[in-house]
Write a protein that binds this ligand. Structure first.
Ligand code: H79
Length: 464
């Protein structure tokens, strides 16, 4: 132990071998790979306009309202006076996540609007210095997470900031493609999506922004809130190697931390990939850890009029689909400016929790399906002391009440439905196929799981 600490200290001081500052990847990823299910929280000043500015509904995702509405910096800042989350109860937030079966939370410590949910010495544009509420929002959340055994991670938009000066300058590129605020060449992404609608955004360079705001704030986040489980970077566009190296060095403060692949592409791959609003196809997977992040409705940040929620059934099946492909689901909640989860989100979380209480073993600590997808559902697997547990989640209850599993020679020890514990008959055909005979009706409209315990290890990949 002592040796490890000394070794880490030496590495921190020399700043060499950046990845070696971290504990070995498999060790860091262990809890994350078992967790499978986490909560994303997008919370900030955008919850005040909640999708509407100057009487106009601004299209697209709510946390982008400043950009999409080209809201001047001073006007946007003025909205912070109504960011007064008097109903914020982090203990209940964490309990809702936990009851839903989630094992970790990742919250937007600072999104592209630059507003920090924490006390910062690097920029006054933070909840303590800029609202009547005046209290750090992350501290009590960190405490609640610790109390309930939930891991806490921070989302931090490191290279895009529409309020702190210099944070929009990054996408002005030189001919060689390097960010340079003096250059007149602006890349297509910038033209289409980014800043430059207010001269206040341009009073500093990107480098100044990185050195004076972004890096110091990440240092604050990694220093002031105890153990940080995840650092969730976003929008790597325009990042330089120099800037990315600075952020990467800070990770030494939290040797166990997990980071995503959005610090800078392609040379800072992080620990896991981040498909956004989509579940990858099997063919896209290359063995790298991954996490799908997804909204319950159509927005990350709260929008009062977005009622387009996915059904609990869809979301539960998404989670099963993701687990069957070996990934995690980070499911978003966008709280209001008062500090409450939208009622629809609360109901979805509760429905998912009910399913997870009964069927969670088909998700947690499982590995990808040996068969890939079935037309009627999905499979996950888990190594046990005596063999293997296979979890068949049935989405489409077959008319002939039979599931046919091919290519697996292992003998069956037992088979049952998790929903009610009822035993399920299995027979082996002459051709070696396993036939699972189901009861007449599905016991759970969300997804019914048949757990089949077999002897020995099941091959990692089996042809259907
Ligand atoms: O935080 C959430 C998004 O705000 C953030 N990532 C997730 C987790 C994100 N930032 N940038 N992007 C995602 C990609 C940008 C997409 C864009 Fe657009 C397309 C920017 C402009 C057009 C989406 C649609 C945002 C505005 C309109």
């Amino acid at each position: 132990m002592k040796k490890t600490i000394i070794a880490l200290a030496v590495l921190m001081i020399t700043g060499q071998n950046l990845t070696a500052q971290q504990l070995p990847k498999d060790q860091r990823m262990q809890w994350w790979r078992e967790a499978r299910f986490g909560m994303f929280i997008h919370w900030g000043v955008y919850a005040v306009p909640a999708g509407t500015w100057n009487g106009r509904q601004i299209g697209n995702i709510g946390e982008w309202i400043m950009n999409r509405g080209k809201i001047p910096v001073e006007d946007y800042k003025a909205m912070a006076k109504d960011f007064n989350p008097v109903k914020y109860d982090p203990d209940s937030w964490v309990k809702m996540a936990k009851d839903a079966g989630m094992k970790y939370i990742v919250i937007t410590s600072k999104h592209h609007d630059g507003f920090a949910l924490f006390k910062s010495e690097a920029s006054k544009w933070n909840v303590v210095d800029h609202t009547v509420y005046g209290k750090d929002l992350l501290k009590p959340l960190a405490e609640a997470c610790k109390k309930h055994g939930i891991k806490l991670g921070f989302y931090y938009s490191q290279a895009q900031d529409w309020v702190n000066p210099g944070g929009t300058a990054i996408r002005r590129l030189t001919k060689e493609g390097w960010p340079n605020p003096d250059s007149v060449i602006i890349d297509a992404y910038t033209k289409e999506h980014n800043g430059h609608w207010d001269w206040r955004q341009e009073t500093k360079t990107f480098e100044q922004y990185i050195n004076e705001v972004s890096v110091p704030q990440v240092r604050e986040l990694l220093t002031n809130y105890g153990e940080v489980a995840v650092l969730w970077w976003d929008t790597p566009n325009g990042m330089t190697v120099e800037a990315a190296t600075k952020f990467q060095s800070l990770l030494a403060i939290q040797p166990q931390i997990i980071t995503n692949d959005r610090l800078k592409r392609p040379d800072f791959p992080g620990d896991h990939k981040t498909p956004e609003q989509r579940i990858p196809n099997l063919a896209d997977l290359d063995g790298t850890d991954w996490e799908t992040c997804m909204t319950m409705n159509g927005t990350w940040g709260y929008k009062s009029y977005d009622l387009n929620y996915k059904s609990p059934q869809t979301l539960i099946r998404n989670l099963i689909d993701i687990a069957s492909k070996g990934g995690n689901l980070l499911l978003n909640v966008g709280p209001t400016a008062e500090g409450e989860f939208p009622q629809q989100s609360i109901e979805i979380l509760s429905e998912m929790g009910k399913w997870m209480k009964v069927n969670g073993e088909a998700i947690y600590g499982t590995k990808a399906s040996p068969w890939g997808l079935f037309p009627w559902g999905r499979c996950t697997r888990k190594d046990t002391k005596n063999g293997t547990s296979l979890y068949f989640s049935v989405f489409e209850w077959p008319a002939d009440r039979k599931l046919t599993i091919s290519g697996m020679k292992n003998s069956v020890i037992s088979a049952k439905l998790l929903a009610n514990g009822a035993r399920v008959k299995t027979v082996r055909t002459k051709e070696g196929e396993l036939i699972i005979s189901l009861p007449a009706f599905s016991p759970d409209p969300m997804a019914s799981v048949v757990r089949v315990d077999v002897r020995g290890k099941v091959a990692e990949k089996i042809k259907q």
